[in-house]
Design a protein around this ligand. Structure first.
Ligand code: NBP
Length: 473
């Protein structure tokens, strides 16, 4: 029998995605560059469904029903290009190639345009949820043509996570839209983790509590508005004890955070689009700082404040509030970035739908995403999430706590770039007048860059080096 769909690239992600498809009753063609992985899958999990293994890519393509649907799950980069080229050479107009890896959206745009010339639908699809999500139901963010969504959508919705019966898979938009949204998802994930890490660090330093005690705090937080996968697993990581030394797990792990690049891509894109994603940027930079132990060693003689601990138990609730408010800011920024990209590239992304498909399967899944969905339902053109009445009320409620947290961190010398920058963003957004007017004045002074006036139309320049009179520019 011909296969309904195929997967090439059978490392952890591809293997689990293929099993997920088979478990949903689809006949799945299998291929991997080195045949060992294909054989291993069939040997270990062949009983889970109907697989059609192929040693050669040509046999893999030949085993697919028309129009063919093939998912690529290989390491992002040059390997993906190679596999796309090989597949495309074996395919016909109307066939579909899905790239489920973490490709850069610009690569996806390029690949989609090239394959469109050949009449092949190229679907760059974000897939989130790691290994477990791929098997049990990921969050799926496909880009590409409407026709490809019609042919692939039902399958992707079948295998995706479901929340309240709603699948966590939706057509994001044309060409690179799916991979863009996945990239921002990962950027937000960086920011979420940074804020969690700051909460842990500040509470541990200020209150002198143990990681195990903090695990309990996070467990309680998980019951409330912060309820999310990342808060849940934070409790588990914090209570973990190293079997060899008996020390808390977090004390035996090297404190240098690594990154695969999607956070950096998010910030690079945000710089190009002119969207301030300070929460994500600070998270990327905090990882970069952690990666320079030689600088930290060299800086050991730098002095900190006299005070260290700050025993107030109220700090726990304050930090919870600061975490929630900063998280709202980080999401507001990420959603701004998606809105800006959607406009720039003509994608027409439904922002509320992105919140919906992130509710399950993916790493940033959280109760709070229902509120984001509701905010965009109430106003699809919301200029910022912070303008939504529910979120505005939440940050208003939190802001005193937020300020106490940042003040405490500054006083005792614990770095909280996530909390601090989120608060600065909030205060910037709130301002009636910003000191950008002075920046404009300076620009006009040294570079005759001109400025606008609050009371008149047009551009103006002041003759700074002469009589300092103003002239229309
Ligand atoms: P890897 O990213 O480790 O890639 C391994 C796979 O790529 C193997 O099947 C390997 O074949 C194949 N491959 C390579 Br490497 N170069 C190739 C080439 N030139 N031609 C053909 N095949 C090639 O696998 P993964 O961790 O399963 O991730 C797959 C994709 O999913 C990546 O893009 C990743 O970023 C993305 N992703 C991963 C996660 C996660 O949690 N791991 C989550 C979300 C997305 P071989 O067996 O012959 O070496």
């Amino acid at each position: 029998d011909l296969a309904d769909i195929g997967v090439t690239g059978l490392a952890v992600m591809g293997r689990n995605l293929a099993r997920n498809l088979a478990r949903h009753g689809y006949t799945v063609a299998l291929h991997n560059r080195s045949e060992g992985r294909t054989q291993e899958l069939v040997r270990e999990f062949g009983g889970e469904g109907t697989f059609v293994p192929a040693r050669e890519l040509a046999d893999f393509v030949a085993s697919l029903k028309r129009p063919r649907r093939a998912i690529i799950m290989v390491k992002a980069g040059a390997g993906t290009d190679a596999v796309i080229d090989q597949l495309a050479a074996l395919m016909e107009p109307g066939d579909m190639i899905v790239d489920g890896g973490n490709a850069h959206f610009a690569d996806t745009r390029r690949r989609e345009a090239a394959l469109r010339e050949q009449g092949i639908h190229f679907v760059g699809s974000g897939i989130s949820g790691g290994e477990e999500g791929a098997l049990l139901g990921p969050s799926i963010m496909p880009g590409g043509s409407k026709e490809s969504w019609e042919a692939l959508g039902p399958i992707l919705q079948d295998i995706s996570a479901k929340v309240d019966g709603v699948p966590c898979a939706v057509h994001v938009g044309p060409d690179g839209a799916g991979h863009f949204v996945k990239m921002v998802h990962n950027g937000i994930e960086y920011s979420d983790m940074q804020l969690i890490a700051e909460s842990y660090d500040l509470l541990r330093q200020a209150l002198g509590v143990t990681p195990a005690e903090l695990a309990e705090v996070f467990r309680q937080w998980n019951e409330g508005e912060l309820g999310s996968y990342l808060i849940e697993i934070t409790a588990e990581v914090l209570e973990q004890v190293d079997a060899e030394t008996g020390k808390p797990f977090v004390d035996v792990v090297v404190d240098q955070a690594e990154q695969k690049g999607t956070g950096r891509w998010t910030v690079q894109s945000a710089l190009e689009l002119g969207v301030p994603v300070t929460g994500i940027a600070e998270a990327v930079f905090a990882r970069a700082l952690s990666g320079h132990p030689e600088q930290r060693r060299a800086a050991r003689s730098l002095e900190g404040p006299e005070v260290s601990g700050d025993g107030a138990k109220e700090l726990v609730e304050d930090v919870r509030q600061a975490l929630y408010a900063s998280k709202i800011v980080a999401y507001a920024q990420g959603f701004d970035q998606m809105a800006a990209a959607s406009k720039e590239y003509g994608w027409d992304v439904d922002l509320g739908a992105m919140a919906t498909i992130w509710r399950g399967g993916c790493i940033i899944r959280a109760k709070f995403l229902d509120r984001i969905r509701a905010a965009y339902d109430a106003d699809p053109n919301l200029p910022t999430l912070l303008a939504d009445p529910t979120f505005a009320a939440a940050v208003n409620l939190a802001q005193e706590s937020w300020r106490r947290v940042v003040t405490t961190a500054v006083r005792i010398g614990v770095p909280t770039p996530g909390f601090s920058s989120a608060l600065a963003y909030y205060d910037g957004l709130r301002r009636d007048r910003l000191p950008a007017s002075l920046v404009q004045g300076l620009r006009d002074y040294f570079g005759a860059h001109t400025y606008h006036r609050v009371d008149k139309e047009g551009s103006f320049h002041t003759d700074w080096s002469g009589d300092r009179a103003e002239h229309p520019a």
